[in-house]
Design a protein around this ligand. Structure first.
Ligand code: NAD
Length: 437
């Protein structure tokens, strides 16, 4: 079995490396020459725990190769995965499918013999049909099937998610394609991963329904957290109290500054757009999009309030810039809303993130990037926790107090304990729990 992975980003590189670990020959293709050159030198283009070792082992074993030459990669492949980006299209919120369609055209020219073309990118319902049309138009003679196989991995735990997924979804009505996909995912049968075989349209829809449901769950607990603050309740106990109900589930009930990242913001917008186009609006998701956008913008106000109503001329030490821990991904990170708002209000920003500072520097200027967490809060008027990296969870409270000019901590990820912070003399504010000090 030979696989070509078109697009060697977070999803393409992880999926390619994992398939090769399962024993499949994989060639990862990307048009980014620098990315491929670095990968050939053993340098990872992204930070993802465990990825460097996985790639190194499979390259050494001869199962994983890299190329910028799509034709070369595709010509002998049994399955060609499209794992290119589907960002928000400027102006209308729809998914920009230009990279997917461009890849389809190139694949059409290169494929040889029966080929399964798999959309792994998150694509709106109907995209698989259009990919098929594009290929058929270019190559009326070709023997191929277009399958939908959305990816559910999370950045930061991507390898574990790919190798031990809750489920695999495969959308096809072509028997030969089903066989190829079954062969590819056969190693997961050992751990009894449920495989959902369905139609292509349903599979495309499952991915958006999953992501928008999760975005709604986060937004729900965020609004409950705001209400908890007003009525003197504790959102963590509320989350536990409702999450133990099997119908609700414990996960995704952690309040924070609003969801960000490369998937939820664009996928919620795209599904809203699809629903509107089909005259079947998703009012819940429209509200989720709106509430979350406002929430991210309003987080700077919390910091300003904690600093006594103004940050003019004050220094704020920010811990964490990535949209979540264990990734360097800055796409739609809450820090991109919060930091400019604080700067606009007259604050000077010092910041530290263990992995995302190189990416952050491309997007956020005018801030001082620091060498470590204590360095970022040294002399600051307040410390703000924006991303819950492990190293920010257990910092020495005495050292924090010594470093800060004023003992003000705004914890937007609720990693510290309000009582302990008060006992240690901090003015501490968090999300959905009593503010103390
Ligand atoms: P990414 O931006 O990290 O990577 C996309 C890669 O595709 C880039 O390296 C780009 O150079 C390459 N590319 C674009 N057009 C190409 C072409 N014609 N030929 C070769 N390479 C090409 O994107 P990503 O985060 O990996 O996301 C890819 C898709 O997977 C998106 O649809 C996304 O919604 C979906 N997805 C992402 C995640 C995630 O956590 N990042 C999880 C599940 C699904």
């Amino acid at each position: 079995m030979r696989v070509a992975m078109i697009g060697t980003g977070y999803v393409g590189l992880v999926s390619g490396a994992c398939f090769s670990e399962f024993g499949t020959d994989v060639v990862c293709v990307d048009k980014d020459v620098e990315k491929i050159a670095r990968l050939e030198d053993g340098i990872m283009p992204i930070y993802e725990p465990g990825l460097d070792v996985l790639v190194e082992n499979n390259v050494k074993a001869g199962r994983l190769t890299f190329t910028t030459d799509l034709k070369e990669g595709v010509k002998d492949a049994d399955a060609v995965f499209i794992a290119v980006g589907t960002p928000t299209r400027r102006g209308d919120g729809h998914a920009d499918l230009s990279y997917v369609y461009a890849a389809a055209e190139e694949i059409a020219e290169a494929m040889d013999g029966f080929t399964v073309i798999v959309t792994k990118s998150t694509v709106p319902v109907g995209t698989g049909r259009e990919v098929e049309r594009i290929i058929r138009e270019k190559r009326p003679d070709a023997d191929f099937a277009v399958v939908s196989n959305p990816e559910f991995l999370r950045e930061g735990s991507a390898i574990g998610d790919f190798m031990r997924p809750d489920r695999v979804v495969i959308g096809t009505s072509d028997e030969r394609a089903r066989e190829v996909m079954s062969d590819l995912y056969r190693p997961l049968y050992l751990i009894e991963t449920p495989i959902v075989f369905t139609t292509r349209e349903t599979s495309e829809m499952i991915k958006y329904a999953a992501n928008t449901f999760l975005a709604a769950k986060i937004t729900f607990i965020n609004e409950i957290a705001d209400l908890c603050e007003k009525v003197g309740a504790d959102v963590h106990d509320v989350a536990r109290g409702i999450g133990l109900d099997g119908r609700i589930g414990k996960k995704f009930l952690h309040p924070g500054p609003g969801y960000g990242g490369s998937c939820f913001p664009k996928d919620t917008l795209a599904l809203v757009r699809t629903a509107q186009e089909h005259g079947s609006p998703l009012r819940i998701i429209e509200t989720v999009v709106d509430v979350n956008a406002k929430r991210k913008k309003s987080m700077a106000d919390r910091v300003i309030a904690a600093c006594g109503g103004s940050v003019e001329g004050k220094t704020i030490g920010i811990l964490g810039l990535a949209f979540k821990p264990n990734t360097d991904d800055m796409r739609d990170a809450p820090s991109l809303d919060i930091i400019p708002a604080l700067t606009a209000a007259g604050a000077r920003i010092k910041a530290f993130d263990p992995e995302a500072m190189e990416e952050a520097q491309k997007l956020l200027d005018g801030i001082e990037y620091c060498d470590g967490a204590y360095d970022a809060i040294d002399g600051a008027d307040a410390m703000v926790v924006l991303t819950e990296w492990n190293e920010f969870r257990g910092m020495d409270l005495d050292r924090i107090k010594d470093a800060l000019a004023h003992p003000i901590v705004v914890d937007l990820r609720n990693v510290y304990d309000p009582t302990e912070m008060a006992e240690n003399g901090f003015s501490y504010s968090c999300v959905g729990r009593a503010t103390v000090g």
